[in-house]
Design a protein. Structure first.
Length: 308
């Protein structure tokens, strides 16, 4: 009998690595070092409260101050899963690892990573809209896009300062228009982005990395199918009715805490699987994007359609 525990461990390690490679929002995972995770669907995120300066008094000296560090519990809202069967006539013990690894990798590349991206970008847009950190009604054009983008960068930097690292996420069609902007070469270059063990060179503007994202993942709202409701059997996600197109998102690098955790895949060989003469693989992944309240000043979103 094959060692299904060993298979599960190998699959989990490789699938987690692949997630970072396939998500355009993988850089947000770097901030997950700030959270405590001990399993399940809950993480702890630090909240720091620091008092400001007071006057120095020559008689009484320094005013007492305090620094409060507390850990707040946050729950993953996205608990997503699928179960797959591989017929024993198609996959035997000798080629199970190769076949299953290829199939699960393709599932994660084409279904899971795009969904995590779409969820994160739509959540950022919702938070920015609620905080009045968004502009709508701008259709990208080569003649105006550079000024519009630099203007939005200035809005963010005016609040958080110019020394705070930023990231610009923009849809692929909008990125193509930016490339055609007049005098764009004066402001662009390249910069390295490190995610996990992989370093990727991307374009930059004013030394701010530009992350290009397929437009299908850059909408303000999605429906995440449950696989049970009528019309949602295929699972996955679709653009919600009335959703708007996101041109770009400007964010302070430390404002966004992306966390994705996979449960170890459950693997049952055909001799154990009670439902069919097939290998059974259960895949489950938690994911969430956390944005601390005091980090929303580091966000700005540009949307193609009017906001109202």
């Amino acid at each position: 009998m094959p060692n299904t525990i060993a298979y599960a461990s190998v699959f989990q390690t490789e699938l987690d690595k692949q997630m970072l490679a396939d998500m355009t929002s993988a850089w947000m995972e770097l901030n997950s070092q700030m959270v405590k995770y001990s399993g399940g669907n809950t993480v702890k995120i630090p909240k720091i409260v620091i008092q400001g300066l007071g006057d120095y008094d020559k008689s009484s000296g320094f005013k007492d101050g305090s620094i409060t560090l507390s850990w707040e519990d946050h729950t993953f809202t996205q608990d997503r899963a699928r179960s797959f069967s591989l017929d024993s006539q198609d996959v035997d013990e000798s080629n199970f690892a190769l076949s299953a690894g290829m199939l699960m990798g393709e599932f994660q590349r084409t279904q899971v990573a795009p969904e995590v991206d779409a969820y994160r970008y739509s959540k950022i847009a919702a938070l920015a809209l609620a905080a009045s950190k968004a502009e709508g009604g701008y259709a990208a054009a080569a003649a105006t896009i550079l000024a519009k983008l630099k203007g939005h960068i200035a809005l963010v930097q005016d609040i958080i300062g110019e020394n705070e690292p930023l990231v610009i996420t923009l849809s692929t069609p909008v990125a193509a228009i930016l490339d055609q902007a007049d005098k764009i070469e004066k402001f662009t270059g390249t910069i390295d982005i490190k995610v996990g063990d992989v370093v990727t060179k991307v374009k930059s503007i004013d030394n701010i990395p530009l992350i290009k994202v397929p437009s299908s993942r850059m909408k303000t709202a999605y429906t995440f199918n449950d696989g049970v409701t009528a019309g949602q059997e295929a699972g996955g996600f679709v653009t919600a009715a009335g959703a708007k197109k996101i041109n770009w998102i400007i964010s302070a690098k430390k404002s966004l805490i992306g966390v994705t955790k996979a449960e170890k895949p459950r693997i049952f060989d055909p001799s154990i699987n009670q439902k069919a003469d097939a290998w059974k693989i259960d895949y489950r992944r938690y994911h969430e994007l956390f944005v601390p309240d005091n980090a929303k000043d580091g966000l700005y979103v540009c949307i193609e359609e009017a906001l109202v």
